[in-house]
Design a protein around this ligand. Structure first.
Ligand code: NAD
Length: 485
């Protein structure tokens, strides 16, 4: 049974249908053991997925390795055509993928659709990129060029906040560059990614794209598999560290897109009313579960009350509810553990003098709903400020001078994104440049596109995704140096 068989409205009465199958060596594959997938809007299981066995993992990696023998020699035209076919299939099935994203991740259906649409933009951009050989010597004596060669089998391991987008950010450049892939989505949101594997089965030679479902242990085994040459990972900092260690023995190439604790600095000349809506979505898009979301808001003392009021007005007018309700603008938190973490961070902040300035409305459980909450009076030392909350609770921190705000914004090991908001874009940009982050923005947060490399400094990651730099990260450098005459 495939994902088409899921009726989002159907009650679950003990008979949990299999949501989607794994794709291994071009074959739809189930397994005896299955894992339930919960709907965060109801906290009830709505489907199940196969639990990949060690033998199936072995088969997936071997299939990818065998397929690499052919795919590495595919022409630019073949790879471009494959990318075009992938984009066509994803587009044709965007409605179904969006529904699955909403069901397993929780975000409103329109946002699920935007996630798929964004993925399409990246796929099509990668299709157009090339990594041309670079001739560095060309004379009567010598011809030398730098080439970019594919690596082999890529392990793509993803988090639960943007399942389809994160998977395609890895699949598209990996395949475009001539590699083959084994994808392992988060066990909390595996369904849409498995379905993607099913949908793309005829778009590529068997084994070029394999999708498996399993937990952290299968992820670890995948990273450690001797045939895997590169790991492209999106997830938390602790898992990033564990993966770096696991990958060390095989000297594997790594791209690690990890967590963030992004600061936004509101300048003293900012107009609170004018920026409130954009600040709100910077912090609360996807229920605050965005790696490069706004997580610490610095406002000058003189504007603290006005910014608080303007943000509270947006919170009051925003509907939190189930993703399949068209009036919902923000869904639930994706899982129970994350809901409990957000509650604990809020309780800790309150115990340390933080004061909920405004608390929005949210449905009661059993779904993992949490009201959008603005907190004032919390400071460094509270985990809500020092750590990544990854949920709908935003600390508003007041500062005396811009100098002080920059210093406090940079006083963290996270360094994914940061933004500055003010009436004078040049002055704001000068402050933004002093933020320690892989990307800094003015008057927006985040601001991304396939032409821009995205990645973290410090402990927010290693390497980038997006742009020719992100594509090049799926290759090694090879020098061909010919002596003439
Ligand atoms: P996580 O690190 O718990 O899990 C991510 C994935 O890693 C899952 O598929 C999991 O099964 C797998 N995994 C766990 N242990 C492993 C191991 N030892 N070896 C191999 N794989 C293993 O992260 P999460 O809770 O799913 O996601 C939330 C985090 O992801 C947040 O910190 C968020 O900021 C981050 N994130 C970062 C970006 C980015 O681009 N920088 C994007 C989205 C999310």
């Amino acid at each position: 049974m495939n994902a088409n068989a899921i009726d989002p409205a159907a009650p679950i009465d003990g008979q949990i249908p299999l949501g989607a199958t794994m794709t291994i060596a071009g074959v739809s594959t189930t397994s005896e053991a299955t894992t339930l997938v919960l709907d965060p809007a109801t906290a009830a299981p709505f489907t199940a997925v196969p639990d990949c066995t060690v033998q199936q993992l072995e088969a997936a990696v071997e299939a990818a390795d065998e397929a690499f023998g052919l795919w590495r020699d595919s022409s630019e035209e073949e790879r471009r055509a494959a990318m075009a076919t992938i984009a066509e299939i994803v587009e044709a099935n965007a409605g179904e993928l969006a529904q699955l994203i909403t069901r397993e991740q929780g975000k409103p259906l329109a946002k699920g659709r935007s996630e798929v649409n964004s993925a399409l933009v990246w796929i099509r951009a990668y299709a157009e990129m090339t990594l041309e050989p670079q001739v560095v010597r060309d004379s009567a004596e010598a011809h030398a060029e730098i080439r970019r060669v594919p690596l082999g089998v890529v392990a793509a391991i993803t988090a639960w906040n943007y399942p389809v987008l994160l998977a395609l950010w890895k699949i598209a450049p990996a395949i475009r560059a001539g590699n083959t892939v084994v994808v392992k989505p988060s066990p909390l949101t595996p369904v849409a990614t498995l379905r993607l594997g099913e949908l793309l089965v005829d778009a590529l030679p068997a084994g070029v794209l394999n999708v498996i479902s399993g937990g952290d242990e299968i992820g670890r085994r995948l990273v450690e598999h001797p045939l895997v040459r590169k790991v492209s990972f999106t997830g938390s900092v602790p898992t990033g560290r564990a993966i770096m260690q696991s990958a060390g023995a095989g000297l594997k190439r790594l791209t690690l897109e990890l967590g963030g604790n992004d600061a936004a600095i509101v300048m003293p000349d900012a107009d609170p009313e004018a920026i409130a809506e954009d600040l709100f979505w910077a912090a609360f898009s996807n229920c605050g579960q965005v790696c490069a979301g706004l997580k610490r808001l610095f406002v000058p003392e003189s504007l603290a009350a006005d910014v608080g009021d303007a943000l509270a007005a947006v919170v009051a007018s925003t509907v939190v509810g189930p993703g399949n309700d068209p009036s919902s603008e923000i869904g639930p938190i994706q899982n129970q553990a994350q809901l409990e973490r957000v509650r604990a961070l809020l309780a800790d902040a309150e115990a340390r003098g933080g004061d909920p300035l405004f608390v929005g409305d949210a449905p009661e459980g059993p779904g993992y709903f949490h009201p959008v909450t603005l907190v004032r009076g919390a400071a460094e030392g509270a985990a809500l400020v020092d750590e990544e909350q990854f949920g709908p609770v935003l600390p508003i921190l007041t500062y005396g001078s811009v100098e002080e705000a920059v210093e406090r914004a940079n006083a963290t090991e996270y360094a994914l994104g940061g933004s500055v908001w003010g009436a004078d874009p040049e002055a704001a940009a000068a402050v933004a440049e002093r933020l320690e982050a892989g990307s800094v923005w003015v008057g927006q947060h985040p601001g991304m596109g396939p032409d821009l490399p995205f990645g973290g400094l410090k402990q927010s990651g290693i390497g980038v995704e997006g742009s020719e730099l992100g594509l090049a990260a799926f290759t090694d450098v090879k020098v061909v140096n010919v002596r003439r005459g």
